[in-house]
Write a protein that binds this ligand. Structure first.
Ligand SMILES: [Zn+2]
Length: 300
């Protein structure tokens, strides 16, 4: 794949864009949804993040925690960020008939297309692109092309949502936490995972693409995203607008593999002979995070 080859300096230049899924997401234990948006926008601003992507699951607007979600989505756009499609009801493609799945995407797009900051981007819920069903995978690929929707892939998969769930549960249960250690666990896990997928990219693709970090609209993001950005920069990363990331040549690659659930770099590496087990970072695992959270963050 000559189109993917780059020079040595490009291989060493690490670039990353931030994205947040499931907007407007259910509340955590630290903030109300309104407070969370205010904190998240302020943290991104403090960190000089010009443009992140917010992926909206439109049916969440009907949920109790989604009340006022339209205003929060507009606030992200007003702060310079952009809005993409993360379906209406967050279905698994592998468990949903094709026609229903496409109708769900269309339902979300119907609302999203008129919103400020809209981009014609679709992010697969659960990163489920059809699992072992190659016909379904290809039918959705064709349907996205037909609709002019880009597969808004990620390259850095992780369980930020699980760490947020652990912290929110501990907070709700009034279990004392060392917040500095929670910050460190969140930040170092994400930086390590970013470097893990970048190493794979350099080896499998021959260069460092503009990465897309998967995050969710969590309380931990609102608390720590500015610390995360600082740590990424200290680790040599440049934060780029998500428009720039999706202009990378890997945006037009459709890896011919059924291993799609760990992101675009992992899928490309899988087509080049890497096994799925080599393409998941060890901390992308509930038991590992349970252990790290219990031993580092909870005060016994
Ligand atoms: Zn999601």
């Amino acid at each position: 794949m000559a189109v993917l080859a780059g020079n040595a300096s490009a291989a060493e230049h690490k670039r990353i864009a931030l994205s947040f899924d499931d907007v407007p997401r259910h509340a955590g234990s630290f903030f109300t949804p309104d407070q969370r948006t205010i904190e998240l926008i302020a943290a991104l601003d403090r960190a000089s993040v010009e443009q992140a992507g917010f992926f909206v699951t439109t049916h969440n607007l009907q949920e109790p925690d989604g009340k006022g979600g339209e205003d929060r989505i507009h606030a992200y756009a007003a702060a310079g960020h952009v809005i993409g499609n993360h379906s209406d009801t967050h279905p698994w493609l592998s468990r949903t008939p094709l026609a229903d799945y496409l109708a769900d995407i269309d339902q979300a797009e119907e609302w999203l297309k008129n919103q400020p900051g809209h981009r014609p981007w679709f992010r697969f819920p659960y990163l489920d692109e059809g699992k072992d069903d190659v016909e379904k995978r290809d039918a959705v690929r064709a349907a996205l092309h037909e609709r002019g929707l880009l597969n808004a892939y990620i390259t850095i998969d992780n369980y930020d949502w699980y760490l947020d769930a652990l912290a929110s549960r501990a907070k709700a249960d009034q279990e004392p936490m060392d917040m500095a250690k929670l910050q460190t666990l969140y930040v170092e896990t994400l930086v390590q995972t970013a470097d893990f997928y970048n190493e794979i990219a350099v080896q499998a693709i021959g260069r460092s693409p503009a990465h897309v970090l998967l995050l969710h609209e969590t309380d931990l993001a609102a608390l720590f995203v500015d610390d995360l950005v600082e740590a990424l920069r200290n680790d040599g990363w440049e934060i780029v607008p998500i428009d720039v990331a999706y202009a990378d040549p890997i945006a037009s690659v459709e890896p011919d593999t059924l291993f799609q659930g760990s992101g675009r770099v992992a899928a490309i590496a899988n087509t080049k002979g890497w096994s799925p087990a080599e393409l998941v970072y060890p901390r992308t695992d509930e038991e590992v995070l349970d252990f790290l959270f219990a031993t580092n963050v909870l005060i016994q």
